[in-house]
Write a protein that binds this ligand. Structure first.
Ligand SMILES: *Cc1c(COP(=O)(O)O)cnc(C)c1O
Length: 431
């Protein structure tokens, strides 16, 4: 099995955190998102422990809620001593309504609306990651209204091109995110922020991309951030006390993906930064990171009921499932690889080559092509692994398909965390 929390029980069924996947499907219905809370906690602890061990006091991982945002995740994140980043009033409200402390929230977004900025300041959100100077002015004015000094990080682009997918590559100079260092604009941005009443600058943020496996890109990023910070110190006399390196550590979707040793990567980044700071006589800043995918992806499994197989003779075999691009658009968007198991026959030979097709009226509605699973019969439960990140979060009601329920498993027990959408929910907003 791809992960240690998955096993095959004596009925030959897939078990997730010790619970029979077919039983979960029978009790809660399909499609079903299953999130292994114990695995989420393990992932959190890997970050917290390594950052405490290798980085200055105050360094901390912030959970990037965009990967998987629902109320039930936030008590887990809070109890693991992490902060969280949010990118909209909706994500902020989700965290706050679950009791997440406002002062440990970081408000992101490339085009925060005036209403969102006002909401964030009013709620006492600890830090804004300011994307550009348009936003700076509005934020400063709002902070002054409340008589507070709003802590901020300034988002800069370091001009890096990590080898990752175009759609999730955000660190290049030509990007809609943040302000570029290379053109000199970032320095002017800092100068402006330092002069804006109501704004307290703590440091800089940069995010270079996603699904990155090696520490090298992060070390390059750290070099560029540090060089920029030194330039800011020399030109403006300001010393940053926080660097936020963003998210982006990769996860293993299929056997051929490398194993990522997150602790070793953090250590390598820390040593690199330490050496750079000594050389530049720059005080070592505290470090924030924003893992999303690597916290939740491998804790998630999606269960479907299959409608059976369709053999197009001379071409290929299709296995249809009762969900698809509506609950998991990642294959349609990025041709993402997944490991898929017939959970009802987890011990049988995986020798049936097939394409897993969803139920939308779109030929692109597929979850995988050319994979092998044990040949299913109608009603078998098909498990797609590593769906904790960017699945629930990206789900839609296309074709008026209802959104699945989400169940959390913990210590051998399952509990409903998000109920299945109903037709009434679907119609509730319409006159
Ligand atoms: C997407 C994103 C993250 C999370 O990235 P992962 O690859 O899920 O770890 C963190 N920070 C920012 C600014 C992002 O845009």
């Amino acid at each position: 099995m791809l992960y240690s929390n998955l096993s095959v029980n004596d009925k030959g069924h897939l078990a997730i955190g010790g619970i029979d996947a077919c039983d979960l499907a029978a009790e809660f219905g399909t499609p079903l998102y299953v999130l292994d809370e114990d695995r989420v906690r393990e992932n959190c602890r890997t970050y917290v422990k390594a950052m405490q061990e290798y980085l200055p006091e105050g360094s901390m991982p912030l959970y990037a809620g965009k990967a998987l945002c629902f109320k039930g995740i936030y008590p887990v994140i809070a109890s693991e001593h992490m902060g969280a980043d949010v990118v909209s009033a909706g994500e902020a409200a989700t965290a706050l309504s679950a009791g997440f402390p406002a002062n440990k929230l970081y408000f992101h977004g490339t085009n925060k609306t005036d209403a969102e900025i006002a909401y964030g300041v009013e709620q006492g959100i600890g830090c804004f990651v300011v994307d550009n100077s348009n936003e700076l002015k509005v934020l400063g004015a709002e902070a002054q209204k409340y008589g507070v000094e709003q802590q901020v990080l300034l988002r800069v682009t370091v001009g890096l091109d990590p080898h990752t997918l175009e759609a999730i590559n955000t660190g290049r100079v030509d990007s809609q995110f943040g302000v570029p260092i290379e053109t000199g604009q970032a320095l002017r941005f800092v100068d402006e922020a330092l002069k804006t009443p109501g704004i307290h600058v703590m440091g800089f943020h940069s995010h270079i991309g996603s699904q990155i496996f090696e520490p090298d890109s992060f070390c390059d990023q750290v070099d560029r951030l540090l060089a920029f910070a030194c330039n800011v110190r020399d030109e403006l006399g300001f010393v940053a006390t926080t660097f936020n390196l963003g998210g982006g550590f990769g996860v293993r979707y299929v056997e051929s993906d490398p194993e990522v040793d997150i602790a070793a990567n953090i250590r390598a980044i820390a040593e690199h930064l330490n050496a750079g700071c000594s050389k530049a006589s720059y005080p070592m800043p505290r470090i924030l990171m924003e893992p999303g995918r690597s916290i939740v992806a491998n804790a998630g499994t999606t269960l479907y009921s299959t409608g059976g197989t369709k053999v197009v003779e001379g071409y290929r075999n299709y296995v249809t499932v009762d969900g698809g691009m509506t609950d998991n658009p990642r294959y349609a968007l990025y041709k993402s690889d997944y490991t898929i198991i017939n959970a009802s026959r987890a011990n049988a030979a995986a020798d049936f080559e097939c394409t897993i097709a969803g139920r939308c009226c779109e030929s692109g509605d597929r979850i995988a092509e050319g994979i092998r699973i044990a040949q299913p019969e109608r009603g078998d439960i098909i498990a797609v692994l590593t769906t904790g990140a960017y699945n629930f979060a990206m789900s839609s009601n296309y074709n008026r398909v209802l959104r699945p329920a989400l169940v959390m498993v913990c210590g051998g027990k399952a509990r409903l965390a998000v109920r299945r959408q109903t037709i009434d929910d679907l119609l509730a907003l319409e006159f």
